[in-house]
Design a protein around this ligand. Structure first.
Ligand code: SAH
Length: 346
């Protein structure tokens, strides 16, 4: 019999399962809290459970844990990058960033990615599989365990496209924010998408308090379709319509990511076109000098270009900030560490 992934189960599911097995009523909550509050990774650590029950549970269920195969600490800013191996030999990465206001962890939602953005390291070797809810969740718990501090912010900006793994990501969000569990308010969670429009509409209906980040990266369809294949399925107008709908339904300001690539999308004309398009949208633009990825010829825009672009947007009513670079010495940009590991295996 295949074992059940206990860390992906909600409390009501666990209660129903335990009731059907005839366990005492309080057991489900007890075990759920060991997993999601105390964040233990084995039945053996659950000190108020009898040896018999521990044995029985470990015959029925498994507890997802991730094996740290690389742990790189930035000498510049204490950012920690983790490369994890999953039980099937796949790899994913997370980054723990320490800020004055708390610890933020950037996590992966898939092994590889189908989206094919031409500047992104995560998609070069294609898609392998979706992460399970517990594999997504465990990246948060593992970072907390390793650093000895509670994770206070979570960003879904690692490897993979979260809205292409919609059901597992939604279940992850439910577990992460559960008051009986880890209890992290979704106000402290950001979800980044390349623009899977139908799922943005679905997500809007859930009225979650998370921050939606849109990877826009271009002011028009011509540039965006060249760098982001998803734009050939849903163009910028369709994407922005979905964003306005999302904003209306949730009341939340949208964040647009814009990676500045020298000579591709960083001219003042591009800034002008972008400002025109975003006018009237409750939003914030995050400018990021693109991270050079070995396999691509893209290079980051220089500082003057970045600040001129930012100034143009700010002068024209669009709030824009330039993202601070953390972990520059440890390849902290998503997908780069896994990519190295894959190449070494070859
Ligand atoms: N698939 C999701 C989330 C993962 S990528 C998405 O597309 O939003 C997280 C962010 O990093 C996205 O905004 C993505 O476009 C950006 N990104 C990918 N490669 C990058 C690079 N080389 N330099 C800068 N940003 C990059």
């Amino acid at each position: 019999m295949e074992k059940i992934d206990i860390k992906s189960m909600t409390l009501p599911e666990l209660q129903a399962d335990f009731a059907a097995r005839g366990y005492e009523k309080f057991r489900a909550k007890q075990i759920y809290q060991w997993l999601h509050v105390k964040n233990v990774n084995s039945f053996n650590e659950m000190t108020n459970i009898s040896a018999n029950l521990k044995q029985e549970l470990s015959n029925i269920f498994y507890i997802t844990s991730l094996n740290i195969v690389k742990r790189l600490v930035s000498k510049l800013d204490n950012t920690v990058k983790y490369l994890y191996e999953l039980p099937d030999g796949s790899h994913v990465e997370s980054v723990l960033m320490q800020y004055k206001h708390g610890n933020s962890v950037c996590i992966s939602t898939q092994v590889g990615c189908k989206m094919g953005c031409s500047f992104c390291a995560s998609t070069i070797a294609g898609f392998v599989r979706n992460l399970t809810p517990s594999e997504i969740l465990e990246q948060v718990y593992a970072a907390g365990r390793d650093s000895g501090e509670r994770v206070s912010n979570v960003v879904l900006m690692g490897i993979g496209e979260p809205l292409d793994n919609y059901d597992n990501v939604l279940r992850f969000l439910r577990l992460l924010s559960d008051e009986q569990g880890f209890c992290l308010s979704l106000r402290h969670v950001s979800l980044s998408t390349c623009g899977i429009v139908d799922k943005i509409y679905d997500l809007a209906e859930k009225k979650l308090q998370l921050t939606l980040s849109i990877s826009l990266h271009a002011p028009n369809d011509e540039i965006r379709s060249k760098t982001m294949p998803v734009n050939r399925r849903w163009n910028i107008d369709e994407l922005l319509d979905a964003c306005r709908y999302y904003e209306q339904k949730t009341g939340r300001r949208i964040s647009f990511e814009y990676a500045l690539i020298a000579g591709v999308n960083d001219s003042l004309k591009d800034a002008q076109e972008l400002a025109g398009r975003l006018k009237g949208t409750l939003c914030h633009v995050n400018l990021i000098p693109v991270n050079a990825v070995a396999e691509t010829s893209y290079r980051a825009s220089n500082r003057q270009k970045v600040f001129a672009f930012q100034k143009y947007l700010n002068d024209h009513g669009i709030t824009a900030t330039v993202r601070r670079t953390l972990g520059a010495d440890i390849n902290a940009a998503c997908g780069q560490l896994r990519r190295e590991e894959l190449q070494q295996e070859k």
